[in-house]
Write a protein that binds this ligand. Structure first.
Ligand code: NAD
Length: 247
């Protein structure tokens, strides 16, 4: 473990354009279940392709608001953990340029990170699919709690939906920016992603060097320059401590 930490620090110090790609695994230490960890993962109980799909959202909104939407609400009022905090400090100290996250929970920003690209959207807001009006997610929740399913826009009566990328949705502009940044990255640190969701899993393949910090195996492990199989919070805290000491 220690040797790996030293190697990671050396790679970070050598690099000049380091980006982080984060996935659901960084937020498990805050209490949000990920999708694919064995046994505890949400998806052992629910099929994500269904619960958070455009197919269900548009064709069976009752089912969406009964299952998928509740998963999103479970990510509100959650606090960032030491992994998020370490990354925020690494950005502040200039060791990383920013974070590309597949997460929708907003915990990087809550932890103090500034340059965050949310390639799968977020749970802060929703919008009307007819007129585009943006509202806080709490507006949708209030309407759903009053049994208005699907929730309707106050301006045009169109359907409101969360600003989260569902299976079947196009990706937001943040993904194009992430793509460009990955092309020029000389190092990408992947934290807490199974690297099974495309096209997010193409991004590390574009960076010159890759460090993977993940408990479970990923299909990219054999191509990575360094793989650290340990808990993200511990690993990132150790890396940050060493970098701060100039070691
Ligand atoms: P994933 O669930 O497919 O994989 C998570 C990986 O993290 C696993 O390989 C697991 O071994 C590892 N992991 C879990 N806890 C860890 C820890 N403490 N330390 C080190 N490794 C740990 O996640 P993914 O690749 O991000 O893909 C899932 C999709 O689901 C993404 O698109 C994301 O948008 C969405 N999602 C988001 C959240 C969130 O916002 N917190 C939660 C669940 C799912």
């Amino acid at each position: 473990m220690n040797e790996n930490i030293i190697r990671a620090c050396d790679m970070i110090k050598e690099a000049t354009n380091t980006w982080v790609l984060s996935g659901a695994g960084i937020s498990t230490e805050s209490g949000i279940p990920d999708f694919r960890s064995p046994k505890v993962g949400l998806w052992n109980k629910i099929d994500p392709m269904e619960a958070l799909s455009t197919e269900v959202l548009y064709n069976n909104p009752k089912k969406f608001y009964d299952i998928g939407y509740k998963l999103l609400l479970g990510m509100e009022d959650v606090e960032p953990n030491k992994g998020h905090l370490a990354l925020a400090e690494m950005e502040k100290l200039g060791f990383i340029k920013g974070i590309i996250t597949q997460n929708i929970d907003g915990l990087h920003q809550k932890g103090g990170s500034k340059n965050v690209l949310e390639i799968h959207g977020h749970i802060r807001t929703g919008r009307c699919i007819n007129c585009g009006k943006v509202v806080k997610l709490s507006v949708l929740t209030e309407k759903v709690n009053k049994n208005q399913i699907p929730p309707k826009c106050d301006k045009c009566n169109g359907m409101l939906r969360p600003d989260v990328v569902m299976f079947g949705d196009n990706l937001p502009e943040d993904f194009n920016i992430a793509w460009e940044n990955s092309k020029t990255a000389d190092l990408m640190i992947v934290v807490g992603s199974s690297l099974t969701v495309a096209p997010a899993n193409y991004l590390p393949q574009m960076a010159s060097k890759v460090i993977i910090i993940n408990i479970g195996e990923t299909p990219m492990d054999k191509h990575a320059d360094l793989v650290i199989r340990d808990k993200i919070g511990n690993v990132l805290t150790k890396i940050l401590d060493k970098l701060k000491k100039g070691e």
